[in-house]
Ligand binder design. Structure first.
Ligand code: MN3
Length: 211
């Protein structure tokens, strides 16, 4: 997954990517107010801060977002890494949901889920449990390791694209992702993500691209 595929843009200065649906499309589960904050303020702040740090550091000139993430990760350049990775992770997260999402995947990805987790129900339990048990801020991912699907938790801005793991879908478990609509009920947010929001078409496209 290259960033330009989900953002129509891949070089600095970066702009806040548009959502793949209108801001109220996921109501009543995720409200317009929560998108005003999460997309309009949190995601936008990562974009603004990334551009600011890139302007102050000429070592990243003319690089695409994935290259910026890999280089800043390798060089422990936290300010650039955290903002670049959060720009990428959030864009991937918006696409990991859709109106009338949830339900069952189909085709190759469902076969792979059944093979690697035993059943779809077992997968959903493990995904939710991973999100619930991520201590503090972070993300829960379904990733493909080249051989099988795995569930991965990452802290703060950490992203699977710094490893050989290929992201299939993700869910943001930072408190800002659910506090407006779910208050402190992260387990309810994760259950709803799986039951009503997750975009299995996007997951299938990602899986078919790499498997
Ligand atoms: Mn977030």
């Amino acid at each position: 997954m290259i960033y330009s595929k989900i953002s129509n843009q891949n070089s600095a200065p970066f702009v806040l990517p548009e959502l793949p649906y209108v801001k109220e499309a996921l109501e009543p589960y995720l409200t317009l107010e929560s998108f005003d904050f999460h997309h309009g303020k949190h995601h936008n702040a990562y974009v603004t801060n990334l551009n600011k740090f890139l302007e102050e550091n000429s070592g990243y000139d003319n690089m695409d977002l994935e290259s910026i993430i890999l280089k800043s990760h390798k060089e422990s350049d936290a300010a650039i890494f955290n903002n670049a990775a959060q720009v990428w992770n959030h864009t991937f997260f918006w696409h990991s949901m859709k109106p009338s999402g949830g339900g069952l995947p189909s085709g190759a990805i469902l076969e792979q889920i059944n093979k690697d987790f035993g059943s779809f129900a077992e997968f959903t339990n493990k995904f939710k449990q991973a999100g619930i048990s991520q201590f503090g801020s972070g993300w829960v991912w379904l990733v493909y390791n080249g051989d099988k699907l795995e569930i991965l938790k990452t802290s703060n801005a950490d992203t699977p694209i710094t490893s050989s793991l290929k992201p299939i879908i993700c869910c943001d478990v930072w408190e800002h992702a659910y506090y407006i609509d779910f208050r402190n009920r992260r387990p309810d947010f994760l259950a709803l993500f799986i039951e009503k929001l997750v975009n299995w078409n996007f997951a299938s496209e990602n899986f078919d691209d790499i498997s």
